[in-house]
Design a protein around this ligand. Structure first.
Ligand SMILES: [Zn+2]
Length: 401
């Protein structure tokens, strides 16, 4: 017996005191034990460093990366200012850049961002492409191209996302349909941006029709403004259960959750669990955020996302998920050792669960998507959030690709 890849002297989150070896065969973890002596085609000596699952980024507007200087500062200050009262206006301002949308320049920005993902061990990304009457299919085409180019090192799940609404933007629905024909992976949505509750419901229904027709998962930006009366999370959850789409729907942002009355929040948390909906929060990109810790404690598949990289909504970002967790530690006040472990779950196993990635946890028989951190503990990894020393995707080393 021999391995394709053998990681020696690994410290795992479960084996802090003793080091183990991890044998990988046909893309999967075949053995975890101390002192494995089998031959291997290649060997990595982890030298006592922390080895964990690779990082998962549940939400990234990948078509917009590095467009901040094209858009200017106005949208950014409008989105974040005044307790997010102007979030809708910000989206309208940011939409201007889409008049310039062209696959040829978008793909260059996308490559730059995805290369950073590889560097920082971020192997799975749910990547949103604006798909509407302004962006047309330019973003989707760029992301599908990048998905193929990087498929050995990063899994990009391409979401066709009608950023400016469906009822508000007649024609957007057709572009989302065309995107499905082109091979986009996920049907997007942003029902809260419609002007009435009736239109929000129509938005959800139309996008679900497409999801069912093409047998695709659903990812929607939900209740993303400073208004406690927003109810599209509830609408989507009810729809998910009604259509039997449990385990196939993700929600993003849900920042108004922080303002929901407590009894209403508790109902929503119960419904999310019932609908098996994954929820991704990005507390670093806006002044409000979903109630991450309460959702985690309630057993909801909650995770963290990068959300933006240098665009109209957020000026920083580099697809470094331990950096996102480090920021979240402050914004969510999760600073005990126990909470650091939770944060680490939110960028690894919980992200995978939210995104429907199977067999992801570091154990025998599962897929070998791993990082060798440049650190010996979760605490040190979050503190320094340095690039990992080694990145393994589906059993192959992809470090520095
Ligand atoms: Zn977002």
């Amino acid at each position: 017996m021999s391995f394709d890849l053998l990681i020696k002297n690994a410290r795992t989150r479960n084996s802090i005191e003793k080091l183990v070896d991890i044998g990988i065969e046909d893309g999967r973890i075949s053995r975890i034990a101390a002192g494995l002596n089998e031959k291997a085609d290649s060997t990595i000596d982890a030298d006592g460093k922390l080895v964990t699952e690779s990082y998962v980024n549940g939400h990234l507007h990948l078509c917009k990366v590095y467009t901040l200087t094209m858009v200017g500062q106005e949208a950014l200050t409008t989105y974040q200012g005044g307790s997010m009262g102007g979030a809708m206006t910000a989206i309208e301002l940011a939409a201007k850049v889409k008049e310039e949308y062209d696959e040829s320049w978008i793909i260059e920005n996308v490559r730059r961002a995805v290369k950073l993902a590889v560097k920082f061990g971020n192997t799975h990304i749910r990547a949103f492409a604006d798909t509407d009457t302004k962006a047309k299919l330019e973003g989707v085409k760029a992301l599908i191209k990048a998905r193929e180019e990087f498929k050995d090192s990063v899994e990009l799940q391409v979401v066709a996302f009608p950023q400016d609404g469906v009822v508000r933007d007649p024609g957007a629905e057709d572009y989302v349909r065309e995107a499905m024909e082109l091979g986009a992976d996920v049907v997007g949505g942003i029902p809260w941006i419609e002007f009435t509750d009736e239109d929000s419901q129509t938005h959800i229904d139309l996008m679900f029709n497409l999801a069912k027709k093409y047998d695709r998962d659903v990812s929607m930006l939900i209740d993303d403004a400073g208004d406690p009366g927003l109810r599209t999370l509830e609408m989507l959850t009810v729809k998910t259960i009604k259509e039997g789409w449990q385990g196939r729907v993700m929600v993003h942002h849900a920042r108004a959750m922080q303002l929901y009355p407590e009894p209403y929040f508790r109902k929503i948390a119960a419904l999310l669990k019932q609908a098996e909906i994954g929820i991704v929060s990005d507390p670093q990109t806006g002044p409000l955020h979903a109630r991450v810790r309460d959702l985690y404690d309630g057993g909801v598949a909650v995770a963290l996302g990068q959300d933006d990289i240098a665009d109209a909504y957020y000026p920083f970002g580099r697809n470094n998920m331990p950096e996102v967790a480090f920021l979240a530690a402050h914004l969510l006040w999760m600073t005990t050792f126990e909470e650091m472990e939770i944060l680490y779950d939110l960028i690894t196993v919980n992200g995978a669960r939210a995104m429907g990635i199977k067999d992801f946890d570091l154990k025998e028989g599962n897929k070998a998507n791993l990082v060798v951190a440049n650190a010996r503990s979760v605490w040190e990894t979050l503190t320094n959030h340095e690039a990992p020393l080694h990145v393994v995707k589906d059993g192959k080393e992809v470090t520095g690709r």
